[in-house]
Design a protein around this ligand. Structure first.
Ligand code: MG
Ligand code: ZN
Length: 222
């Protein structure tokens, strides 16, 4: 009984995700689902990316958190349109929540929509939100065994962004090991090493995001 119910729920989610995907495509918006543990540096990565994307793509953000609006306040301070979703305890975003949030955004004024998922390496992987790209954020202080221990979230992702690489000298985190483990799970995934607080490696992530938008999407007007 429980398995059937869960399957039905996922089926309903997939239908809503398809609607979101069509709505985003019609508005010319590329959406990227950002996954990772609490504290991996997802919001700090977004803050760094906005600077790199300036005058090249108009960003917006949907922030998923169990409670509060701390991350959305950080995004809003940078003048980027943001919608906060509070999941009231739910440990992942689903396509229905995104559908509701999309209604609060002016999609015609957006090129790149970042969906920062709830900090969670497990069940966020199971919910298609209608995104075009999926990126996993893993920081160097979380341990380099995570791709092996939590394969589902890395499988089917389009990029792995290793953050806090300025701390590598203070940990036994081996980026080469993580990259190798990731390649086994996502052979076509891109691997980035960044330090969002200094900006190291951020331009490469921005270039990937812009390239993934498809041809002719780069904005020339300001
Ligand atoms: Mg955050
Ligand atoms: Zn969950």
């Amino acid at each position: 009984m429980r398995i059937v119910a869960a399957k039905k729920l996922l089926k309903a989610n997939d239908l809503l995700a398809a609607e979101n995907r069509a709505k985003l495509a019609a508005a010319g918006v590329a959406a990227v689902n950002i996954l990772g543990s609490p504290g991996a540096g997802k919001t700090t990565l977004l803050e760094a990316l906005f600077a790199a994307l300036a005058h090249r793509a108009r960003p917006a953000v949907i922030e998923g958190d169990i409670a509060g609006a701390l991350d959305a306040e950080r995004i809003a301070r940078l003048g980027v349109p943001v919608v906060q979703i509070n999941t009231d305890g739910a440990c992942h975003l689903d396509a229905g929540m995104i559908a509701a949030a999309l209604a609060d955004l002016d999609l015609q004024a957006v090129d790149l929509l970042f969906i920062e998922n709830v900090g969670n390496l497990v069940c966020t992987a199971g919910f298609d939100l209608g995104e075009q790209m999926r990126a996993v954020v893993l920081s160097t202080v979380e341990g380099d065994d995570k791709a092996v221990k939590y394969p589902a979230i890395f499988q089917g992702s389009d990029a792995l962004v290793m953050t806090k690489c300025d701390l590598l000298g203070h940990t036994n985190f081996d980026p080469a090991r993580v990259a190798a483990d990731y390649r086994r799970l996502a052979p076509d995934g891109r691997v980035f090493e960044v330090c969002a607080t200094t900006g190291d490696g951020i331009p490469a992530v921005a270039a990937w995001l812009l390239g993934s938008e498809g041809s002719g999407r780069e904005r020339t007007e300001t």
